[in-house]
Design a protein around this ligand. Structure first.
Ligand code: MF3
Ligand code: CO
Ligand code: CO
Length: 261
């Protein structure tokens, strides 16, 4: 995907991306009250699929490069791409990432959040808080005229200042009518390096931050990425647009968007 060129989206296309992004945010809010001990990740998946269809959208992950379900559910040491399963039951104290990507009128809204199952450990809570902080630092660094490396540098500093590490094996990505396209957006790096950020660029920022080592392993299902040391991992994701004025978060829940924005 790195020798593809970066497509700049028109204002009209960015509004289409916002429609998809807001539906994605609403889907996470819909799922939130279901995240309780005793619920299976398949139940979350099936609720997400039904809600998505009811709203006239399609689940991009389903069948994507053979992915078998509609959402990704990544618990505790799972870094990303966890596959929902009937036998995988949420337990008190778990942390879980739910990653959704509805397609609305051809455009992808890609976002994920962390949820607490009951009352996780202080370490788990801190990891999640820092990961959210890292995402917002990365978004704040995404300004027109800046560079892709500014984003990763901001995220890496935020994570490492708290003693955590940044996953290298998965990156943010351009997203539009295509699920994953240029540019690649690493969550680590060097300020001033990488492609220039220009108005009309639309991409995700989705840092995966680990309690211990940044190294990951892929399980035999060929999808589930886990931490090599079995320690915790957290991830949060927004889809953003670079505008003349700065940065526009397209996957904010509509209730969180100021009316005059
Ligand atoms: N939504 C994920 C992302 O943030 C991609 C999931 S691809 C799947 O890029 F095939 F695993 F669903
Ligand atoms: Co993504
Ligand atoms: Co995603």
């Amino acid at each position: 995907m790195d020798n593809e060129s970066i497509v700049l989206l028109s204002r009209r296309e960015i509004e289409k991306m916002r429609q998809a992004g807001q539906l994605a945010a609403r889907l996470l809010t819909y799922l939130e009250p279901m995240v309780k001990p005793g619920v299976s990740t398949l139940e979350l998946n099936d609720a997400a699929e039904a809600w998505t269809q009811k709203h006239g959208a399609k689940s991009a992950p389903l069948g994507y490069h053979g992915f078998p379900k509609s959402i990704c559910t990544s618990i505790n040491e799972v870094v990303c791409h966890g596959i929902p399963h009937a036998k995988q039951i949420l337990r008190e104290g778990d942390i879980i990432n739910i990653d959704v990507t509805p397609i609305v009128d051809g455009y992808h809204g890609d976002t994920s959040r962390m949820f607490f199952v009951g009352d996780p450990s202080p370490m788990a809570r801190r990891l999640v808080e820092v990961t959210e902080e890292c995402l917002y630092r990365g978004i704040a660094a995404a300004t027109p005229g800046g560079r892709i490396g500014d984003i990763g540098a901001a995220i890496q500093e935020c994570a490492e200042a708290s003693g955590f590490s940044v996953v290298r094996d998965f990156v943010g990505h351009g997203v539009s009518r295509i699920f994953h396209t240029a540019p690649q957006v690493p969550h680590y790096g060097t300020r001033g390096k990488g492609k220039k950020l220009r108005p009309g660029m639309v991409f995700t920022i989705e840092p995966m931050i680990n309690e211990g080592t940044w190294e990951v392993e892929i399980l035999s299902d060929k999808w589930t990425a886990v931490t090599k040391d079995g320690k915790l991992s957290a991830q949060v994701e927004h889809t953003i647009a670079i505008t003349e004025a700065g940065v526009d978060i397209l996957t904010l829940h509509p209730d969180l968007v100021p009316a005059n924005a």
